[in-house]
Design a protein around this ligand. Structure first.
Ligand SMILES: [Zn+2]
Length: 498
């Protein structure tokens, strides 16, 4: 006998992701998505993010015999990364238009994988991921199965699942399990195509709106929320749970916490699990706001000095609120209190880095410039830095300048917003990271992976400016137009029925 005949499966792979801070002034435009390497198609797309959702999806899809993956031309993350505002309708229509054209031209497909984020905000499109799914459904046909992966900061409700079949969101922040969710999406998409899984979904919104800095899953109650989802997945066969914490800096109608549960055809079970987790989240709402202590800049720098004096180093001073990357409040305070042996990474300044690049300056040359600030009120005023250039170089699609100044301090300038996730990435260009007692960085939670979870830093201080600027924990200071804060805890009397 010749064994079983393996049915061929063709899966289209698409990518479209952004976490949009709609309160930033600089729109995310078509040109931000177009740079060497982006858009990507074919193997280049499939290999674009090997350690993330895409890598996990491709690896497991290819473990299945007879599966063919087709990378459809798709934009990678914009070069502004998360440091840009509303995605223009021109960018959305042009890029999605190309994706749908590619899907039609290279079809038919049995399945489609969408590698998404969930917190994209597009002018004139209230739910961009759902709209993309709707168009993909139209192009791929009713028989095609559609699976997606999401960041837990996605702003989602049940709209996406009206057009797609499955979604898998990460459970940890920092997002350690991106590749695992990609792997699941692949396995479940193949099972669904083969008729072995018929999703039943239940979605519940929990009207709680929190700043992302508080959402670290290394501490309760956020840790407990992840754990509860994991326990349900462990207890029941074929159950998948998404707990979206949401992204409050996108002014879109589906912000807040969202629980999604998927079972193999058992709607009743999905409903009872969704209710359990939603009720749990609601009961823990007060603790969600006290989980992380936030200091003023002045207090944070003072505490850093005290930690240096008692040898509780390295110290992390994390400005969680800077959404443009250009904010100078922490740098200013470091200078005002004459803190020494600090590495400041980074201040984003496209003009200053371009000037240094044009001048041809290199390591050893003097540096004297006003840097940072300016882009909007939340970035503050520029700060004059006089020192010596350590290096000035192009890398990772940006121009970087490192300047030594003050008493053993180093400032790193970048072109765009940079979120520092681990200290060793700073050790390039001859910089010895062991020489610094304080790391002044821009990050909310992602830095925990390289500065905290591994035991690197002995003191961790989260800071924000005194005024409630756009990355603030004081969300009621933001000029929302599409969100009625009164409907969300802790800003009003939300209507939550467990
Ligand atoms: Zn995220």
């Amino acid at each position: 006998m010749g064994g079983d005949v393996v049915t061929k499966i063709r899966i289209a792979v698409l990518h479209f992701a952004h976490e949009t801070v709609t309160f930033l002034k600089n729109d995310t435009t078509l040109s931000d998505f177009i740079y060497p390497g982006s858009p990507a198609s074919g193997e280049a797309l499939l290999k674009a993010y090997p350690k993330s959702y895409m890598g996990g999806f491709v690896r497991v899809a290819r473990e299945h015999e007879g599966v063919e993956l087709v990378g459809i031309e798709s934009p990678l993350w914009p070069k502004t990364y998360m440091g840009s505002g509303w995605v223009t309708s021109d960018a959305f229509e042009t890029l999605v238009g190309r994706m749908i054209e590619g899907l039609k031209a290279q079809g038919p497909f049995d399945g489609v994988y969408l590698s998404l984020h969930g917190a994209m905000a597009v002018r004139g499109v209230p739910r961009p991921e759902a709209e993309l799914a709707r168009r993909v459904r139209e192009a791929a046909g009713a028989k095609a199965r559609i699976a997606a992966t999401f960041d837990l900061h996605g702003n989602e409700d049940d709209e996406f699942q009206k057009h797609a079949d499955m979604g898998f969101a990460v459970k940890y922040f920092p997002h350690y399990d991106e590749h695992l969710q990609g792997e699941r999406a692949a396995r479940m998409l193949v099972r669904m195509i083969r008729g072995d899984y018929v999703p039943a979904h239940v979605t519940r919104k929990v009207p709680i709106l929190t700043a992302t800095v508080r959402m670290w899953t290394g501490a309760s109650p956020w840790m407990d929320l992840s754990q509860r989802a994991l326990v349900w997945e462990a207890r029941e066969v074929d159950v998948y749970v998404n707990v979206f914490f949401g992204f409050p800096f996108a002014d879109v109608p589906d912000v807040g916490i969202t629980v999604q549960v998927m079972t193999n055809g058992n709607e009743k079970l999905a409903g009872s699990i969704a209710k359990d987790i939603a009720d749990f989240a609601w009961r823990k709402r007060e603790a969600m706001f006290s989980a992380t202590k936030i200091h003023s800049m002045a207090e944070g720098v003072r505490l850093a000095k005290a930690a240096v004096a008692t040898g509780e180093t390295p110290v992390v001073l994390a400005d969680h609120s800077d959404r443009s990357g250009s904010a100078t409040f922490l740098l200013k305070e470091i200078i005002a209190q004459d803190l020494s042996d600090v590495i400041i990474a980074t201040i984003a300044d496209a003009d200053a880095t371009a000037k240094v690049k044009a001048s041809g300056a290199k390591g050893g040359d003097p540096f004297d410039m006003e840097i940072g600030g300016r882009v909007d009120a939340s970035a503050g005023d520029p700060v004059r830095i006089s020192g010596t250039i350590l290096y000035a170089a192009e890398a990772y699609g940006q121009f970087w300048v490192a300047v030594r100044f003050g008493r053993g301090n180093v400032l790193i300038l970048s072109t765009y917003l940079v979120q520092m996730m681990e200290p060793f990435s700073l050790g390039s260009g001859g910089i010895d990271i062991g020489a610094f007692k304080v790391f002044a960085i821009k990050s909310r939670v992602h830095f925990r992976r390289g500065f905290d979870d591994n035991g690197f830093a002995r003191t961790i201080l989260l800071v924000e400016p005194d005024k409630p600027f756009l990355g603030t924990v004081h969300l009621d200071a933001l000029p929302y137009e599409n969100v009625d804060l009164k409907k969300y805890y802790p800003y009003g009397e939300p209507d939550f029925r467990g």
